[in-house]
Design a protein around this ligand. Structure first.
Ligand SMILES: C[S@@+](CC[C@H](N)C(=O)[O-])C[C@H]1O[C@@H](n2cnc3c(N)ncnc32)[C@H](O)[C@@H]1O
Length: 257
């Protein structure tokens, strides 16, 4: 008499990876149309924000202000597109840079460029303390859209356009639109431009009452205007459909030209 688990395993009907992925894709599409579930997921994000949920993650001990769902999505993009450079605009506590550095280490990329207006010595020291992963990190201190910062980025890229850009700094419409315009030219066809915190458009205004952004003035509105003036990028809706919980809905942009 065979073990029950072995029998159950033999009865499996999905046997190829392609089949498995196809079924998942259809399920994700249906999930994206399930308004009740989408509303519940947004409620979780809103309620959990009162408990600093998004601030609680870390990578190799360094804090990371992003949801695991979004980090999985970014990991998948990096795996598929194999960028040589990853630019993170808005470094905060540095965990994101380490995460990206680890993937470039494994996949054979060049550098992770982190840009922030405020890079305290403490952060520099911590980011320099991670052995091999630290060697890939380049920090630029300055406003993301200043001519000086952009010139430093250009010099570090050395002509490469196999670049992934993740925008996650100051979330007003005007600032993000400017960033989208400034960083898009660094990216070649097939690579991604991720615009962070588009979820601000969907959450209650009072959540951000101490901040200059909110519904109507945020990364999502900036993406909308950017896409209306450029046909080089389109939203990768398949990513959105899978995530359910995400801070960047409609913010995963793929360069199609
Ligand atoms: C949301 S945090 C970044 C989180 C980080 N990407 C992560 O995943 O952990 C935003 C960061 O943007 C920086 N910032 C704000 N305005 C900026 C600007 N104009 N240029 C560059 N960085 C800016 C802030 O200092 C802050 O560290």
């Amino acid at each position: 008499m065979e073990d029950q688990s072995v029998e159950a395993h033999k009865a499996k009907t999905i046997v190829t990876k392609e089949e498995f992925l196809q079924i998942n894709e259809q399920a994700a599409h249906e999930m994206s149309l399930d308004k009740e579930l989408q509303d519940k997921a947004l409620d979780v994000l809103v309620e959990a924000d009162h408990h600093r949920w998004i601030h609680q993650g870390s990578w190799f001990g360094e804090s990371l202000l992003n949801l695991p769902q979004d980090m999985f999505a970014i990991q998948d993009i990096i795996w598929r597109t194999k960028p040589e450079f990853i630019i993170e605009v808005g470094v905060a506590w540095g965990g994101g840079m380490l995460f990206y550095s680890m993937l470039l280490e494994i996949l054979g990329g060049e550098k992770v460029i982190g840009i922030d207006i405020f890079i305290p010595d403490d952060l520099r020291k911590r980011l320099a303390s991670h052995g091999k992963l630290s060697e890939r990190l380049e920090l630029i201190e300055g406003p993301s859209t200043s001519a000086d910062t952009l010139a430093q980025v250009k010099a570090l890229l050395g002509g490469s356009r196999k670049v992934l850009v993740i925008l996650d700094s100051f979330h007003t419409h005007e600032h993000v639109l400017n960033e989208l315009r400034c960083y898009a030219p660094f990216i070649e066809k097939g690579q991604y431009l991720i615009c962070g915190d588009t979820v601000v458009e969907r959450i209650p205004e009072q959540m951000h009452r101490t901040r200059p952004w909110g519904p109507g003035n945020n990364p999502a509105t900036a993406v909308k205007e950017f896409l209306s003036e450029s046909d080089r990028f389109e939203v990768d809706e398949k990513i959105d459909q899978r995530l359910l919980l995400s801070c960047h809905p409609g913010g995963y942009l793929r360069a199609v030209k």
